[in-house]
Design a binder for this molecule. Structure first.
Ligand code: SF4
Length: 409
């Protein structure tokens, strides 16, 4: 029997984070056996080989209840398993997660803390003499030093080119999690990552960024065209056939859409769809949630994108606190106009009250029958997607998790 293995629990929601997390452990402590599982059923197989398992979770608030249920199941059925967790929800509520049953939690960026945890494991020490691992360093992690790649498992995630966001939309955790410390990956590091991944991303490379054209910029709204073009040229020179930017898992702010950025996309990238965050068709809502771009400019951006042959996949969020029927109607009207006039597609969401955001613990506005009927009609046209119906239920669940103590903050 081997002593232990570190096993990551993969779900559809953390599949992009796992290559990075597993790669961190592989890089810091190559002697540690690292795996991932898609189902808890396979734990019993691991116990045929290993004395004990450390099972690692990375999750958001949306997955809290399901994760907590799994923790209870593991405690009851595999009592020798030690449970660790990180990710956006853990960072927001470490005490609540310890109470759920995790043996140790990782707060904030995991690169350095997970490395030191793995090193302690590799050296035969007991990393569980601490229960909260927080990166206390005053200097932020350099994303240049870490790659979304688990070489042992041939797993490669989207290449993060920018971490953090200059903006402060009040429903979004991103700027809060990274304390507004914006970092960009150097071109040297991007190229190193491509070499490391070899053939696996030789064909198609996805960039990960909260705003595709903020690469190497130093202020909101600023676009460093030269740096973006140099990045794209350098990557294409490596033989990457298809390069995707400004589409899932990255998106583009409407104010970054102009002739020059669209020309760059056309010249170097393969995607002809772009993901644009619009969020609401009511200026009053946009103001309340701190979205600064005027709607008229956003509409111009979608129009320009269409003129250049791009399909805009526009994010809208319904159910913001105090959203009135008139405001919801304004979103439906704008969506309909964008579909009809510019052949846009809509990615529809329901507002999630997330810890650390200014809108945390505020009550969502439920969808009226009128709004639901209109959204379903757009879906029937084949122009609207998204899991807004499930999200509406989860949004109210999150508030009840707070009320019954599952969330402590
Ligand atoms: S929604 Fe996008 S632009 Fe707004 S704060 Fe979040 S990442 Fe930044």
């Amino acid at each position: 029997m081997k002593n232990f293995a570190l096993v990551f629990r993969r779900t559809q929601y953390n599949r992009y984070s796992l290559p990075l997390l597993m790669g961190i452990v592989e890089q810091a402590a190559p002697v540690v056996d690292v795996f991932m599982i898609d189902s808890l059923d396979s734990l019993s197989d691991f116990y045929k080989v290993y004395d004990s398992i450390i099972l690692a979770y990375s999750f958001t608030t949306v997955q809290l209840y399901r994760t907590a249920s799994e923790v209870s199941f593991i405690k009851a059925n595999y009592p020798k398993t030690r449970l660790i967790a990180g990710g956006p929800h853990v960072t927001a509520d470490p005490d609540g997660c310890l109470e759920v049953g995790f043996d140790a939690v990782f707060v904030g960026e995991g690169e350095r803390t997970l490395s030191s945890f793995a090193l302690t494991l590799a050296s035969g020490g007991d990393p569980f003499d601490r229960v909260v691992f927080a990166d206390e360093s005053s200097s932020p992690v350099s994303i240049d030093d870490y790659f979304p790649a688990s070489l042992r498992h041939s797993l490669f995630g989207p290449m993060e080119i920018t971490r953090g966001c200059f903006y402060g939309c009040s429903f979004c955790q991103t700027p809060r999690l990274f304390r507004r410390k914006i970092r960009h990956r150097s071109i040297e590091s991007v190229l190193k990552g491509i070499k490391l991944a070899g053939n696996y991303i030789g064909e198609r490379l996805y960039f990960l960024s909260p705003n595709a054209f903020s690469y190497q910029s130093s202020a909101p709204g600023e676009i460093n065209y030269e740096a973006v073009e140099e990045l794209l040229i350098s990557v294409k020179a490596q033989g990457v056939r298809d390069l995707d930017i400004a589409y899932f898992p990255s998106e583009i702010r409407p104010e970054s859409i102009n002739e020059r950025t669209l020309d760059l996309l056309k010249k170097y990238c393969s995607n002809r769809k772009i993901a644009i965050g619009i969020q609401s068709g009511a200026e009053s809502v946009l103001k309340r949630v701190n979205r600064t771009n005027p709607l008229s400019k956003t509409i111009e951006a979608v129009e320009l994108a269409r003129k250049h042959g791009f399909t805009s996949h526009c994010d809208f969020i319904f159910g913001f606190p105090d959203e009135t029927q008139e405001e919801a109607d304004a979103s439906i009207d704008l969506m309909t106009m964008l579909i009809k006039k510019y052949d846009a597609r809509i990615h529809c969401h329901f507002f999630m009250p997330l810890p650390t955001t200014p809108l945390w613990n505020q009550r969502p506005s439920g969808l009226s029958e009128k709004t639901v009927t209109a959204l379903k009609r757009l879906r029937e046209w084949g122009k609207l997607d998204g899991w807004w119906e499930e999200q509406e239920k989860i949004a109210f669940d999150i508030l009840s998790w707070k009320q019954n103590g599952l969330i402590k903050v």
